[in-house]
Structure formats: C-alpha cells, structure tokens
Write a protein that binds this ligand. Structure first.
Ligand SMILES: [Fe+2]
Ligand SMILES: [Fe+2]
Length: 194
C-alpha cells in the first residue's frame, strides 16, 4: 500500500471514531442512555489529540509543505481550536463532528487526489515519533468502541444519502419530519425510526 492508501486508511479510522461519538451523542439525547457517550468522549479527546493532531495532521502538514499544496489541509489549526473548545463545552461537539466529517471528505476530493509524488518517508518518520504500537492500539480501540456502540443500538446512517427511513437511531443531514428528533449540529439530525 502506498502513502495515499495509508492516509486514506487513517481517514477511515477518523471517520469511524467521529461516528462513534456522533452515534453515542444521538443515543444519549434521543434515548436517554448516556453510558456509551460517557465512554466514547474521553477516548475521543485522547484520540483526537494524539492520533488526529500529533500523527495524522502532522503527516498531512509535512506533505502539504513539501508538495507546496495546502488546500483543505490548511483547515487544521481552526479544527484543532474547535476541538479544544468542544472538549470544554459539550454543546459544540456536534459542530466538531460535522466539521471533521466534512474535512475528511473534502481532503479526499480536493487534496489527496491532487498531490503527486512519494511521501512514504514522512509517514514513517512521524509514525516512529509516535510509536508504531501506539498507532496500532488506537486503530483497534476505535474498531472496538464503534462495534460496541452499534451492537448495543441499531443505527441507520443516512448521512450523504437520500432522505430515507430505517430502523433504530436515524442519523441524517435532511431535516426529519419525525416527532422525536434532536438536532446535533446545523446540518445533522438524529431521530428514531421503526
Ligand atoms: Fe487533515
Ligand atoms: Fe486527513
């Protein structure tokens, strides 16, 4: 797997961790069960600071610098600021979730697909700084937590898709007509399906 494959694998882990946070927030607010959120949030704070900022963003920043192409990647300082604010004020967490999911999508489309060259060495250097084991441990913890959230409750994720129906907790970016719904951020709602 080339360096782009590795960056993309990290994107998938970041999306998964962010979705675990989103789902657990929706479950807490819609169904009144805070236990998953209480477990996911402290993990996410640590994951964000270490895996996202110290590892993933650092790799991207160094690559962008060398490639002289920093589109989308230049959002990192603003994202970190939003994250640290949201870790202190829970009402901002929905905005962070929406911003992170959008950031990864945009990076895929407008940055990663347009950078040429081989930057495997940068990836190796940063990973050695963090420790390969540490990196691997985060990946497996994310898989485990995501599994735990989605095993306890049925979640139908309609983000980026058509308005639709489903079972369990519905996550959507189209304002749902349902009676029981909560707004997570400006563009994300959760409601209860059949
Ligand atoms: Fe990034
Ligand atoms: Fe990224």
């Amino acid at each position: 797997m080339g360096w782009k494959g590795e960056i993309e694998e990290e994107h998938e882990i970041i999306e998964k961790a962010t979705k675990a946070l989103l789902y657990s927030m929706a479950i807490k607010r819609l169904l009144g069960d805070p236990s998953l959120f209480q477990e996911v949030l402290p993990f996410y704070v640590d994951f964000y600071r270490n895996f996202v900022v110290r590892c993933h963003h650092k790799k991207e920043d160094l690559i962008a610098e060398e490639a002289k192409f920093g589109e989308v990647v230049d959002q990192h300082p603003a994202l970190s600021k939003l994250a640290e604010d949201a870790f202190k004020r829970e009402e901002l967490l929905g905005d962070l979730v929406e911003a992170m999911l959008l950031h990864v999508k945009e990076e895929r489309k407008r940055w990663l697909s347009k950078v040429d060259g081989d930057y495997s060495e940068i990836l190796e250097e940063v990973e050695e700084e963090i420790g390969t084991d540490v990196h691997r441990r985060y990946v497996s913890l994310v898989q485990k937590l995501y599994g735990k959230v989605t095993e306890k409750y049925e979640v139908t994720d309609l983000l980026g898709g058509k308005p639709g129906e489903g079972r369990g907790v519905l996550i959507t970016d189209k304002e749902p007509p349902a009676q029981r719904r909560v707004q997570i951020s400006q563009g994300i709602w959760a409601s209860v399906g059949d």
